[in-house]
Design a protein around this ligand. Structure first.
Ligand code: NDP
Length: 443
């Protein structure tokens, strides 16, 4: 049995209750097969794959907090410090009722290779809680964040582990978390990224994942003889990634016709009114159903998904496993030429394989959404230097990083005779650096 199959089989038995983690590992290891086979004896002896798939440590803790009526609630907090071969652990915190250890492990595992692809010195980690922020007051959010940090602060630090935002964690939550860290440790340092601009945040961090997604998509299209200008784009989600992906898509001359949230989706044939979406989601923290109040001609659906709409480019930007095989079939039937993942693992393995087999250009999340963490690393650099770079400086660096990431994918895929397979390219390019650093540092 090949080394990859042997490791996968072992993990499938041991972590049967963590399907998302197994899905992520299977996807990465399968596409790494040519690289592993070329070094099979060396890697097997060093148990390299076992070491890469077992986190350095997994921290679970109780998060008790009090709601506005005086009721006490208890949630579970997680921080998985997966791999620090190439730098301090770096990865977001997710607050969503679906969070469990398997989901945090899948995200942390992906983060290792994503961070490696950025070319910056950051390792992989992820954390969060099954706390549901929906409908909670600012005071309740603050209570939760403070309690979460009461435990987390023991394990993080600017040279150890630097968390950031993810689903349910934006500037407001990072502010409360940072305030509590400072109070507990007495240190004013770059221990979190995604901070507000008045206290160490970086310009462009808010926009970075969405903008970066479009910079990479544009490069992928250009390399394959297409131009983003004039294209119709379908986007899912209406959170941080989706909103700034839509903003950059429009700046680059495309038309965005869909957005969604967890209760429904809108189709606006004239092009999404982004100011309306920002007001609904960023200011009012409301539901996308309200979009029709701003644009009566738009359609609002509670059934189905955005992928049924005719588009040239599809950008899934909501959550994992939100683009299934039947969605991929609909996209291909409607003439879609490119899919780039803004979210982490939004496309199922079957859907990814179908899109690739149908000739659709496919950019995996670990490359396409790396702009967020890359800009977080730029925030860490500015914090260490006690400097703030201008919007234009950070944006130019982000663009350079995304173009370079695409070059790395393209090059790695070609080196292994898989031209145009950017999934394999991303996994191989991300893996090579981490594997070398891990082996160099001994057992
Ligand atoms: P937000 O919380 O800002 O937005 C998430 C969006 O997706 C919301 O519109 C939300 O709807 C929707 N959504 C969340 N969960 C579900 C679900 N189970 N079913 C349907 N819709 C859902 O998160 P982000 O934009 O920050 O993150 C989106 C994705 O991008 C995630 O996969 C995240 O891991 C990934 N990512 C984020 C980065 C960042 O910098 N923020 C960096 C790299 C990746 P609703 O409003 O109803 O909750």
């Amino acid at each position: 049995m090949s080394y990859v199959s042997e490791v996968l089989q072992g993990l499938e038995v041991k972590f049967a209750s963590q399907p998302e983690f197994l899905q992520a590992v299977r996807e990465v290891l399968t596409s790494l097969a040519p690289v592993i086979e070329a070094n099979e004896e060396k890697y097997r002896k060093a148990a390299l794959l076992e070491r890469l798939t077992e986190p350095d440590r997994q921290i679970l803790f109780r998060v008790p907090w009090v709601d506005d009526n005086g009721q006490v609630h208890v949630n579970t907090g997680y921080r998985v410090q997966f791999n620090n071969a190439i730098g301090p652990y770096k990865g977001g915190l997710r607050l969503h009722p679906s969070v469990n250890l398997g989901i945090i492990k899948f995200l942390g595992f992906e983060q290792i290779f994503k961070n490696s692809l950025t070319g910056l010195p950051i390792g992989g980690g992820k954390g969060g809680s099954d706390f549901d922020p929906k409908g909670r007051s600012d005071n309740e959010i603050m209570n939760f964040c403070q309690s979460f940090m009461n435990e987390l602060y023991k394990y993080i630090g600017p040279d150890r582990d630097v968390p950031a935002g993810d689903i349910g964690v934006g500037a407001r939550e990072i502010g409360y978390l940072f305030g509590q860290y400072k109070k507990l440790s007495g240190d004013y340092c770059g221990v979190l990224t995604g901070k507000g601009l008045t206290y160490g945040g970086s310009l462009v961090r808010t926009q970075a994942t969405g903008y970066g997604l479009l910079y990479l998509t544009q490069e992928m299209l250009k390399t394959n003889g297409h131009d983003l200008a004039g294209k119709t784009v379908a986007i899912s989600g209406s959170g941080n990634v989706a909103i700034y992906a839509a903003e950059k898509a429009v700046q680059l001359g495309a038309k965005v016709v869909t957005m969604s949230d967890s209760t429904g989706w809108v189709y606006d044939a004239e092009g999404i009114d982004l100011d309306a979406v920002k007001e609904i989601k960023e200011v009012k923290r409301g539901r996308l159903a309200e979009y029709k109040n701003y644009r009566p001609n738009a359609e609002y659906h509670t059934e189905g998904r955005v992928w049924s709409v005719k588009c040239d480019v599809a950008l899934p930007c909501a959550t994992q496993n939100e683009l299934h095989l039947e969605d991929a079939q609909a996209l291909v039937a409607n003439g879609c030429i490119a899919v780039a993942e803004g979210a982490n693992m939004p496309t199922t393995i079957e859907a990814t394989e179908y899109l690739q087999a149908s000739g659709v250009l496919f950019a995996p999340g670990k490359a396409a959404n790396a702009g967020g963490v890359a800009t977080s690393a730029l925030e860490m650099s500015q914090n260490s230097e006690r400097l703030s770079w201008t919007f234009e400086e950070v944006d130019a660096k982000l663009k350079d990083i995304m173009v370079n990431i695409f070059r790395k994918l393209d090059d790695a895929a070609r080196r292994y005779g898989m031209e145009g397979n950017y999934v394999a390219g991303a996994n191989i390019a991300g893996f090579e650096k981490v594997a070398e650093a891990t082996l160099a540092q001994g057992i």
